[in-house]
Design a protein around this ligand. Structure first.
Ligand SMILES: [Zn+2]
Length: 345
């Protein structure tokens, strides 16, 4: 098997303060089987969990929120008429419109609901289905008029620690002539794996993780949920759509299964005391039917508490290396249990 899960275990010793005894702390350095990037699981890492009192003012109605129902039609922009005459895309409760701060040639905001505040357990599959469907509709619409915009992704920042500037629940859609750094690295590594092995990395990863059963969480239709061997961040969960090369290949059944999984992971995050998260759904280059696969990653950020310790320190921001508290196998065991107990709920 060409997939390699390389892990180096280290011990760090120090003399305890006040006496001559020594302590040892365990440290694991893990290497991502696709990218070769590394992550550290370090004993003693701590990330603050939520404090209910910190959320009181955010749960209250905000008379200045541009995404609330009283203002959304008046203050949000319309999609340019050369793309569509519809102005905004509406699917169920979702309203999608262009981002006033575009991070890509085509950048959209998709507001989930008229409700100003959602707990993570309130992100129901139905809300997520509508939001994903509207976003895919937007991607389909803009790529029909601009053949150069071949790279796309669906993303969420939720609450300030994640980089979100407004708490009203919304996602962000990226469509651009250029891939992001992560999309570029994934594609280059998948092609290198293909050249070396003549096989699709993602399908091999799913086979290997299924066989090992250490990090695999659940299979929902053709979507496989697992924790990554070398995570990017805290409580990270990933999904691989083994039969879908690009977001435009994603079917309505896939959307329902994806939404169901996302909703359950968010409810689990809620249950362990986190409320801020990031999510990215990556696509292979549109129009290419290669070895890329649509894949999703989501992780918790520091919970929204006053004067919080950010989950992103020098290690993550400048060394591109996560330093985490728990092994992916422990995280997988918890999420797996949560998926089982919430099945059919
Ligand atoms: Zn609002």
């Amino acid at each position: 098997m060409a997939i390699k899960f390389r892990c180096e275990s280290l011990l760090s010793r120090f003399q305890n303060p006040g006496d001559e005894s020594c302590s040892e702390r365990k440290l694991e350095v893990r290497f991502d089987p696709l990218l070769g990037t590394s992550a550290r699981i370090a004993e003693g890492v701590k990330l603050p969990t939520s404090a209910d009192a910190a959320l009181v003012s955010f749960r209250a109605p905000d008379p200045n929120c541009p995404f609330c129902a009283e203002r959304i039609d008046r203050v949000t922009p319309l999609i340019a008429t050369e793309i569509t005459l519809a102005g905004r895309i509406r699917v169920g409760d979702t309203v999608l419109f262009p981002n006033l701060v575009p991070y890509s040639r085509y950048a959209a905001v998709a507001v989930f609901t008229t409700r100003h505040w959602l707990e993570l357990r309130d992100f129901t599959p139905a809300l997520i289905v509508d939001n994903l469907a509207a976003s895919l509709d937007y991607i389909r619409t803009v790529t029909k008029v601009d053949a150069d915009a071949r790279f796309c992704a669906y993303n969420i920042n939720y609450l300030y620690p994640s980089g979100g500037s407004l708490p009203h629940p919304h996602s962000q859609v990226y469509v651009d002539p250029f891939p992001t750094s992560m999309m570029r690295m994934q594609h280059a590594s998948v092609m290198a794996y293909w050249d070396a092995n003549g096989r699709c990395f993602w399908n091999d990863l799913v086979s290997e993780e299924t066989e090992r059963a250490e990090r695999m969480i659940s299979r929902e239709g053709s979507i496989f949920w697992m924790t990554p061997f070398a995570p990017i961040g805290f409580n990270e969960v990933r999904a691989v759509l083994c039969e879908r090369a690009t977001i435009l290949d994603v079917s309505s059944v896939d959307i329902q299964e994806l939404a169901s999984g996302i909703s359950r992971v968010l409810a689990w995050y809620d249950s362990i005391g986190y409320n801020s998260f990031n999510l990215a759904l990556y696509s292979g280059e549109l129009g290419k039917d290669g070895a890329d696969r649509v894949n999703l990653t989501m992780l918790t950020r520091t919970a929204m508490v006053p004067f919080y310790r950010s989950d992103s320190m020098y290690m993550e921001r400048l060394h591109w290396e996560a330093a985490l508290d728990r092994t992916p196998e422990e995280v997988a065991a918890d999420v797996r249990q949560y998926f089982r107990s919430s099945r059919g709920a």
